[in-house]
Design a protein. Structure first.
Length: 191
C-alpha cells in the first residue's frame, strides 16, 4: 500500500512497535496490528470500557476498528457478499476513524469488496459516517484503501440529485480525473 493522508504520521515502512498491554488482541486484531507494525506504525491495543464502543487499536494516534470475516471453510464455502462488507463498515462507524476489514481466507474478491464499499458509501450518505474517515480492506491478493469522507460526499450529492424534481437544475457531480471508464466516481482505492 502506498502511504496516503489517512494517517497522522509520516514515516517510511519499517520496524514499528506493537503494545498489547491494555488488553490482549484477538487473532484478527493481531494480524492487522502486525501489518500496520510492518508499515512502521506504532500500534497499541485499547482497553474495552463497559457500556462504551471503543476502537480495537490505536496506530500512530489514529483510532482503528478491525472487522473480520470467518474463513471460507467456516462459512461453508460461501464468500462474503457486498452487503456483508457494507454491514461490517456500517458497524465500525461508532468505533474508529479508520475501519479495516480483514478478509484474508474468507473468499472475498476485490470486486465484491469494492462493491461493498460502494454500498457503505450509499448508506452512509443518508445515515452518516460516524467516526469513520478512511477504510482499508485486506483480502487475498488485494489491499485497498479508500477515503470515506469525499466518497460519501459524492454519494450524498448523487442522492440529492436523484431526489430533486425534474424541473430543478442538477449540478453535476465531479469525478476524479483518474476514474477508469465504467467505474463509479469516488470508489477507487486511494493511492
Amino acid at each position: 500500500m502506498t502511504p496516503d493522508q489517512t494517517w497522522p504520521c509520516r514515516h517510511t515502512p519499517g520496524a514499528g512497535t506493537f503494545d498489547e498491554s491494555a488488553r490482549r488482541a484477538s487473532h484478527q486484531e493481531l494480524a492487522v496490528a502486525r501489518v500496520l507494525q510492518s508499515e512502521g506504525h506504532d500500534v497499541r491495543t485499547v482497553a474495552e470500557r463497559r457500556g462504551a464502543r471503543t476502537p480495537d487499536l490505536v496506530a500512530c494516534g489514529a483510532s482503528v476498528e478491525v472487522k473480520s470475516f470467518q474463513t471460507l471453510a467456516e462459512r461453508q464455502g460461501r464468500p462474503p457478499s457486498a452487503e456483508k462488507v457494507a454491514n461490517k463498515l456500517l458497524d465500525a462507524r461508532g468505533q474508529g476513524a479508520i475501519a479495516i476489514v480483514s478478509a484474508e481466507g474468507s473468499g472475498l474478491g476485490a470486486a465484491t469488496a469494492r462493491a461493498g464499499y460502494g454500498l457503505f458509501c450509499d448508506r452512509a450518505a443518508s445515515t452518516g459516517l460516524g467516526k469513520v474517515r478512511a477504510v482499508r480492506i485486506l483480502g487475498d491478493g488485494f489491499d485497498m484503501s479508500f477515503k470515506a469522507v469525499p466518497d460519501v460526499r459524492l454519494a450524498r450529492q448523487a442522492l440529492r440529485s436523484a431526489a430533486r424534481p425534474a424541473s430543478e437544475p442538477v449540478r453535476p457531480v465531479r469525478a476524479a480525473a483518474t476514474t477508469p471508464a465504467g467505474a463509479r466516481p469516488g470508489l477507487q482505492p486511494a493511492v
